[in-house]
Design a protein around this ligand. Structure first.
Ligand SMILES: NC(=O)c1ccc[n+]([C@@H]2O[C@H](COP(=O)([O-])OP(=O)(O)OC[C@H]3O[C@@H](n4cnc5c(N)ncnc54)[C@H](OP(=O)(O)O)[C@@H]3O)[C@@H](O)[C@H]2O)c1
Length: 337
């Protein structure tokens, strides 16, 4: 009997997840019913939002139930089909989860073409992270040539693309990343104007030097001490798309120390700063506009995302732990089959 492997959530983490929060199950590969297809997973995307799905907390999306399959974006090859919309042999993008196989209907399934971009890019540049960067900048950041943009997690997929889109639009781009190697990559390979190591004790002073005209767009990926270094440098009428706050994802209690609330509200008022949170699919109706603009940029080499590839479905838990620790270098993907 041909079998598939699936990671299910075994327990909810308190603080940082550990490998025993998941359990690997082995079951028979499902059989397609009428209107269904079965795909084998080629690529599984590992993304920070998965940490939130492990909590039993009210959020913009439902948590993964205990015993349920971990959620995740996948690209696969169809191996059996009883729907004419998804033929055997086609490549498909779907939220198939942490598994070697999945069964689904055509609804929510997108046929993808490896001749347009490599298959793994459909969960990276051409997928959720790419759309996040494009939609958040287009709708909230509203970059203008000559302005200054700062982005942390600068060598991850979202930060990489935010910075490259901003460079293409003529902005000064300053990245913040974990370590000298990531920073060298941001400047030398991605073309950022500067990049600061978030572990450098002088990061706050160096950031001030790196943005002589202040900050017009702060793309918020992380929160915490980086936000505190950035906030005093925000210009009048600056914009802050709040995309993520990864430094809080494993937090079990509120931070101690200075209460930033009064200063933040005062500055929002006096500097008329726009602070706007968003979830990528708020802009779903703009997906085809994103594809039309992004495909040429990718094909011309103006958007490039480094991939950090792990092998095999077994590597999924450690891959997510690595992303949450900053131990990934580029878009974390797993080559499953
Ligand atoms: N709103 C949306 O719809 C949406 C969609 C996609 C992603 N996001 C968010 O966007 C952010 C970036 O996502 P991504 O997929 O591009 O992730 P990523 O950059 O591949 O991985 C996360 C990175 O965050 C940094 N990091 C981890 N812990 C940190 C801490 N305590 N302080 C500062 N930085 C820390 C690390 O980079 P360094 O070690 O280099 O600093 C790590 O590599 C995340 O917050 C994610 O949740 C939001």
């Amino acid at each position: 009997m041909a079998t598939m492997k699936t990671w299910n959530l075994k327990s909810r983490p308190v603080g940082a997840p550990t490998p025993d929060n998941w359990e690997l199950a082995e079951d028979a590969i499902p059989v397609a019913g009428d209107g269904e297809y079965v795909a084998e997973t080629l690529w599984l995307s590992i993304d920070p939002y998965m940490r939130g799905r492990m909590n039993d907390a009210k959020s913009y999306a439902q948590p993964v139930p205990i015993g349920g399959r971990m959620e995740g974006g996948t690209v696969g090859r169809v191996i059996e089909s009883k729907t004419p919309d998804v033929p055997v042999g086609s490549h498909v993008l779907y939220s198939g989860g942490w598994s070697t196989h999945w069964k689904a209907t055509a609804k929510g399934t997108q046929i993808v073409d490896e001749n347009v971009v490599p298959l793994s890019a459909y969960v990276g540049m051409m997928g959720m992270p790419g759309m996040t960067a494009w939609a958040g900048l287009h709708n909230i950041g509203k970059p203008v040539a000559g302005e200054t943009l700062v982005v942390a997690a600068a060598t991850g997929p979202v930060g990489t693309m935010v910075g490259q889109i901003a460079k293409a639009k003529g902005l000064r781009v300053v990245g913040i990343a974990g370590g000298a190697e990531k920073c060298a990559f941001a400047v030398d390979e991605l073309g950022f104007d500067a990049c600061l190591d978030r572990n450098d004790p002088d990061m706050t002073a160096k950031l001030k030097e790196a943005v002589p005209n202040g900050i017009d767009i702060y793309w918020e990926n992380v929160g915490g001490p980086i936000f505190q270094a950035v906030w005093p440098l925000m210009n009048p009428f600056s914009r802050m798309p709040v995309c993520g706050v990864i430094s809080f994802y494993n937090a079990t209690q509120a931070p101690t120390g200075r209460d930033w609330g009064p200063q933040i509200f005062r500055d929002i008022l006096t500097k008329r700063i726009l602070v706007r949170g968003f979830i990528v699919w708020d802009y779903q109706e703009q997906y085809s506009q994103f594809v039309n603009e992004f495909v040429p940029m990718i094909q011309e080499g103006r958007i490039n995302v480094r991939e950090d590839v792990s092998q095999g479905i077994e590597s999924a838990p450690q891959s997510l732990i690595d992303v949450l620790n900053g131990d990934n270098f580029g878009k974390k993907v797993i080559k499953v089959a």
